[in-house]
Design a protein around this ligand. Sequence first.
Ligand SMILES: [Zn+2]
Length: 267
Amino acid sequence: MRPVHNTSYRYPHEDLILTLTLMLVFGVIFFTATATVCGSVLFVGAMLIIAYFATSNQHQSLLKTAQKVTPQTHPQLYEMVEECRATLQAEPVQTFVANRNALNAYTFGLTSPKVVVIYSALGDVMDEDEAKFIIGHELGHVRLGHTWLNSLVGGMAGIPSPFMGAILMEAAFLWWNRACEYSADRAGLLACGDVNKAISALLKIGVGLQVSQGMDAQRALQKLRDEMNDTASNFGELFATHPMIAKRIDELKKWAASAEYGKLVRG
Ligand SMILES: [Zn+2]
């Protein structure tokens, strides 16, 4: 047969059908992408609402068991919180003392006033300056916006996603969490004004009640340093909300010796 030089034998509307097919493909991509974006927005919204109710629930159950700090119930503690608040220029907070044996304090709340919770055991082992470091640390979280962001971003980090995605989001959120802890430690130091007191407060939290029960500070610090050099602890830190205490002490010492700190202290 002789060569055919044109393509007039093409089936009718083949080009049109291709155009329609491509339009349909892009239409489907556009639709699913839009649905995913809208769905995600709705999902994040739902997480935020859940976070809000979880927070107010926490607040309600706390009110039942903890004591609210007022000038009448805890004059000294109330005064300390006000003093630290003035130093850090933090918004008014509600402070509660929870009757617990652990050495811990935390802050929560999406709306103002934020809540600062102090465990009663801290009162037994911390002196006034150490207590100011702890209070300043918590008020630092409030002042720097960590408290409400934590509820918000924490809710988002909890969004279910395919396996690796969930781990990545969680790890990234915790990375930010640990950065917040270093910032709050700096606020604590500004509130108490004495790096040695800040360190001894951190040591007491890190080693527990042993420090206040006679374990000397050098041995306590060595114990924490051993942990810092341990590979498993370093890996574990990736999934921890707080950096290792020895690292926090080192960071705080470095910052206390910096020109930046000196400038802030001198006003
Ligand atoms: Zn903290």
